[in-house]
Design a protein around this ligand. Structure first.
Ligand SMILES: *Cc1c(COP(=O)(O)O)cnc(C)c1O
Length: 389
């Protein structure tokens, strides 16, 4: 898996300070900058507009995604909210089935009030997508693999279709990171990240990033970033640069551990089904492996009805039950009552999000310790002579 991408993670962006030679990007904890004379400054006027530490992470993520322009925000939602502000009343966006709950919420409860509407489409199906591209549709917003069933959208084909119709293509690349998947190189226009997850990687920071390659688009996004003002603070910019240095090592281990667990669970007598696009037997494997370097660190599985999933969730010892994902530590989530609770039960079940569906963000611990923990929790969840414990 090694490549010069690993070098970019360490040396990319603006990592040194010309004045002192500091090896790491200094934290410029300042709101403003003294100007030499009227109309003459050193490129920095006010930190909402531009800050050297934020410059560091913005140029690093741009380099990593293979785009020219990067933007850093105070959260993934601040990044998405800024991107959605590119649109105007009467416009409509197509979103993948199972987009992140917060993305659905900001469209459904915020932007809808401004008459910016959305349509949910299974973006894996190009015919369905093509016929949904009516004149008011101005963008397609994709997550791939999408949460929690890890369904995979073919990015190059969607990008081509969008280009043909003059529609913007946007990919939320949070689950893959540029280490595994680089949507701009497949023809996508805008990449968005919740850097809170794998890019930060240590569950100690909330941040969002955007990358584009087109100058005109970059100008509009830069204007919105400064106008709306949801920018990433200097200290958090520093933390994110620091976290990203080990992205390569972490993603390799996330993928290795997730594949190990997916293989073990798919042979487990207590497990009905496993969803992991890195598994050769998975329905999404072919498309996933054509556009990404690995299956990633997220997997989901369904426990057989003889096992009480509620007992499973409280029985793991290493793996914590928590929202979020992408950190070094493994986390469990119950999509039906946590990430996808805002979706009505009938709709949720028709989308395949069953009550006994378990989502696992596989960390970088020793894989066998994780499997042992899951096995003992499954053992405890086993019903007692047909009666639930
Ligand atoms: C977490 C997440 C977001 C939102 O990001 P925040 O940093 O929590 O604001 C958006 N998209 C995906 C796929 C996410 O997992």
């Amino acid at each position: 898996m090694q490549s010069s991408f690993d070098t970019t993670l360490i040396h990319g962006g603006l990592t040194t300070d010309p004045r002192t030679g500091a090896v790491n990007t200094p934290i410029f904890q300042t709101s403003t900058y003294a100007q030499d004379e009227l109309g003459k400054h050193k490129g920095y006027e006010y930190s909402r507009t531009k800050n050297p530490t934020r410059d560091g992470i913005e140029s690093l993520i741009a380099e990593c995604e293979g785009g020219k322009y990067g933007f850093a925000f105070a959260s993934g939602m601040a990044a998405l909210g800024t991107i959605l502000s590119l649109f105007k009343s009467g416009d409509c966006l197509i979103i993948s089935q199972n987009v992140y709950g917060g993305t659905f919420r900001i469209l459904d409860k915020v932007f809808k009030n401004f008459n910016i509407n959305y349509k949910i489409v299974d973006t894996r199906d190009l015919n369905e997508l093509s016929s949904a591209l009516t004149p008011e549709v101005k963008a397609v917003l994709i997550e791939t693999p999408a949460n929690p069933l890890l369904s995979v959208t073919p990015l190059a084909k969607v990008a081509e279709l969008c280009k043909k119709k003059g529609v913007l293509s946007i990919v939320d690349n949070t689950f893959m990171t540029p280490y595994l998947q680089q949507p701009l190189k497949l023809g996508i226009d805008i990449v968005v990240h919740s850097a809170t997850k794998y890019l930060g990687g240590h569950s100690d920071l909330v941040a969002g990033l955007v990358v584009v390659d087109d100058e005109n688009l970059a100008e509009r996004i830069g204007f919105l970033q400064n106008s709306i003002g949801g920018v990433l603070a200097p200290f958090d910019s520093f933390l994110l640069i620091r976290g990203m240095k080990t992205l390569g090592l972490r993603m390799q281990r996330h993928c290795e551990n997730a594949l190990f667990l997916a293989e073990a669970l798919s042979e487990h007598k207590a497990v009905e089904k496993v969803y992991y696009p890195g598994l050769k037997s998975d329905s999404e494997y072919e498309v996933q492996s054509s556009q990404a370097r690995g299956g990633g660190g997220m997997l989901s599985f369904i426990l057989k009805p003889e096992y009480d999933y509620r007992i499973f969730f409280k029985s793991t010892r290493i793996i914590a039950l928590a929202e979020s994902l992408g950190g070094v530590e493994s986390l469990l989530c119950h999509p039906a009552s946590m990430t996808h609770a805002s979706i009505p039960k009938d709709l949720r079940e028709s989308m395949g999000i069953a009550e006994n569906l378990i989502r696992l963000s596989v960390g970088i611990e020793y894989g066998k310790d994780l499997l042992e923990d899951i096995n003992q929790a499954i053992e405890q969840a086993k019903s007692n002579n047909g009666k639930l414990k």
